[in-house]
Design a protein around this ligand. Structure first.
Ligand code: ADP
Ligand code: MG
Length: 241
């Protein structure tokens, strides 16, 4: 397993946000997290990236426990890319500098190597001409693709995508979804929280429905989205489609 979350519990005050949550993700697998707002999708992704500390359970990456207090969060984040809903590029930095900042400053990678890799990625996603542009000269879709490239320059083992299209104008969603589909084609292991059920159906190998911090139901998209077992899943889907 690339990712293994075992009996993960996360509380904020007296609010249990992740409740005995167990989820495995195999190499090259794409898992879509669906569920109502507040069901714990973002919190789970943040815990996996060690941006939030879990209160119980374990999380393993490639068999190593990353929730062990001795694990180095910087090293873990080098292996796990996370992209948020809003692209969060630094406005005062060029596209290239946005992408290479963390690898060079945090992960101490040689600057030339990081730049080469960034340029290669920008070429692959059709943004080669934007390397020296500032974010405000890019469309929202282009900015989000840059944010994904920024998560890819460390060649992560796992890419976490949190509602990466929900802040975009509808006409810009497609280019980001295409990029994610291409990454799947290249074998990238991904966990994505999404409201785009059509996309989840196309790109995910497995859909996991979260409710109140638990995986209530999971399986192939055709089953979970088309013929869910649980009444709560059915109810959720009928409300959003
Ligand atoms: P989702 O991404 O599925 O909408 P979240 O993981 O964002 O769900 O939120 C799950 C629950 O945790 C919500 O009730 C939210 O209010 C709560 N929550 C998230 N982050 C915090 C925080 N930093 N402090 C307190 N409560 C939080
Ligand atoms: Mg969320």
């Amino acid at each position: 397993m690339v990712l293994s979350c075992q009996n993960v519990r996360k509380v904020f005050g007296d609010h249990v946000v992740l409740d005995d949550l167990t989820l495995d993700v195999a190499e090259h697998e794409v898992v879509a997290l669906i569920g109502a707002s507040g069901s714990g999708k973002s919190t789970l992704l943040r815990c996996v990236n060690l941006l939030a500390e879990i209160d119980d359970g374990t999380i393993h990456l490639d068999g190593e426990e990353i929730t062990d207090p001795r694990a180095d969060p910087d090293l873990v984040r080098q292996k796990i890319g996370l992209v948020f809903q809003s692209y969060n590029l630094f406005p005062h930095m060029t596209v290239l500098d946005n992408i290479t900042l963390a690898p060079v400053r945090v992960h101490k990678r040689p600057a030339a190597e990081a730049r080469d890799q960034a340029v290669q990625w920008l070429e692959r996603v059709g943004l080669a001409g934007k390397a020296d542009a500032y974010p405000d000269r890019l469309s929202g879709g282009q900015q989000q693709r840059v944010a994904i490239v920024r998560a890819l320059v460390n060649s992560p083992r796992l890419l976490l995508l949190d509602e990466v299209t929900s802040a975009l104008d509808p006409e810009l969603v497609g280019e980001v979804l295409t990029m994610i589909r291409d990454l799947k084609g290249e074998g990238m292991t991904m966990v994505l929280a999404t409201h785009e059920m059509g996309f989840a159906k196309q790109v995910a190998d497995r859909v996991a429905f979260l409710e109140a911090g638990r995986v209530l139901e999971q399986g192939p998209p055709s089953q979970v989205l088309g013929d869910p077992v649980e009444a709560r899943t059915r109810q959720f889907l009928s409300r959003i489609i």
